[in-house]
Design a protein around this ligand. Structure first.
Ligand SMILES: C[S@@+](CC[C@H](N)C(=O)[O-])C[C@H]1O[C@@H](n2cnc3c(N)ncnc32)[C@H](O)[C@@H]1O
Length: 392
């Protein structure tokens, strides 16, 4: 293996975006203000590629990453490889077959290619679910990166640590090939549960010590903005109006859907367009106790998965549009007029930019599925900024 790739300060870093989905990595790179150019993106999913093309004007290479060769990858001359491979082999809900799961094969292939390319990357960034760090795929990845002269720093971080009222802890591996090095070398070969190094703090009390893990993720909600800021309303008076309209329309119906339709001209957040987001009464009756219900003033909501809107249990929070007057008193969930977060609101919680859009033909379910598979730009952008930064 030769290390022929060079990077000159005045040129943008050449980047490959594997498993590009709807472009969360690319948006993060933009947000991080890294001087970089995505020279190719790769994804097998047609609908994801439609969305990517709609927003970036470039259609990713549509094929199986598993069939890429070392020659293919060398031809891009890319210095950084960003990867967010499928997480199903490692999720707690799944069978946890790890590297034995067919969905892990393409990532294992990429790891092989790092060793086979004539011009291996100088930097690698991997995102996955919590649980990946104990898998045999992780052991393989660390072994290969070590063999290829990479230094790694690993993190488990959640948007809630970055001021976003959203719990989505994810695993990240940052790897730089020697002689490149990290700004804080104190954390080489460590797993951290704190974003401190990203902000220039050499706080080594947040490394992988079991009793600090949960604490470091939980101590941030008080610094978060309320959920309300991420809704498709822009002021609380707007919210109060909408709530009162819900009260007089949708919630009078016993199935949870509005009996009467009242179009609120001039307000894109009309009662009519919101009807599709109300949770039917029958679902509340059946699954109410398993639902994670949040309020506009809440400082946390649960991770939205790709099954949000198809299933209510464990797939993401529901919003109570009518806040009970007294939180202490039991109030029927039906009276709280529960609704799903809209795709735009999920995109907001994932910190996607305002100009991100779905092409019109993308169905509601597809939008939720694609967003559920994507990532938090609020978390990934500072990680990428840290990865690309040169030590001073
Ligand atoms: C966890 S998602 C990554 C989403 C992406 N980071 C985003 O912001 O939307 C994994 C993506 O990998 C794609 N994928 C899974 N296996 C693949 C393979 N073997 N070849 C190409 N793409 C694949 C899926 O279609 C999905 O879009």
């Amino acid at each position: 293996m030769e290390g022929l790739l060079k990077h000159h300060d005045d040129e943008p870093w050449r980047v490959l975006e594997f498993y590009s989905g709807i472009g969360g990595m690319r948006y993060s790179l933009m947000k991080a203000d890294v001087k970089a150019k995505v020279v190719e993106a790769f994804d097998i999913n047609d609908t994801a590629n439609d969305v990517y093309q709609h927003n970036f004007g470039h259609r990713p290479y549509q094929g199986n990453i598993q069939s890429l060769t070392a020659g293919d990858l060398d031809s891009y001359g890319a210095q950084a490889w960003l990867l967010s491979p499928p997480c199903q082999p490692y999720t707690r809900q799944g069978l946890q077959k790890h590297s034995g799961d067919a969905r892990a094969f393409s990532f294992l292939r990429i790891l092989e290619l790092i060793q086979l390319t004539l011009q291996p990357p100088l930097m690698v960034f991997v995102e996955n679910v919590v649980g990946f760090e104990t898998s045999d795929t992780h052991s393989k990845m660390i072994e290969i990166l070590g063999k290829c002269d990479f230094v790694t720093q690993e993190f488990i971080l959640s948007p809630i640590q970055f001021g976003v009222p959203y719990s989505r802890p994810r695993y990240f591996c940052l790897a730089k090939r020697k002689p490149l090095s990290f700004q804080s070398q104190l954390f080489n070969n460590q797993l951290l549960w704190s974003p401190s190094p990203l902000f220039g703090y050499d706080d080594d009390t947040m490394t992988d010590k079991h009793d600090q893990k949960q604490g470091s993720l939980d101590k941030f909600p008080q610094c978060c903005e309320p959920v309300e800021k991420f809704l498709e309303h822009n002021s609380s008076s707007d919210l109060a109006n909408t709530e009162s309209r819900f009260r007089t329309t949708s919630c009078v119906s016993k199935d949870g859907f509005g009996a009467s339709e009242k179009i609120d001209e001039g307000n894109r957040f009309s009662v009519s367009s919101m009807k599709q987001y109300f949770v039917p009464g029958s679902l509340i009756e059946r699954w109410g106790s398993a639902m994670d219900v949040v309020y506009p003033d809440s400082k946390r909501c649960c991770c939205f998965t790709k099954s949000y809107y198809r299933y209510v249990k464990g797939t993401g929070s529901l919003l109570a549009t009518i806040q009970p007057k007294d939180r202490g008193k039991p109030s029927s969930l039906k009276e709280q007029c529960l609704r799903y977060f809209t795709p735009r609101e999920v995109a907001n919680l994932h910190s996607f930019p305002e100009d991100f859009q779905f092409p019109q033909h993308t169905s509601l379910r597809q939008r939720y599925a694609l967003l559920g598979n994507s990532l938090s730009i609020a978390v990934v952008a500072p990680l990428l900024r840290y990865l690309f930064a040169e030590p001073t």
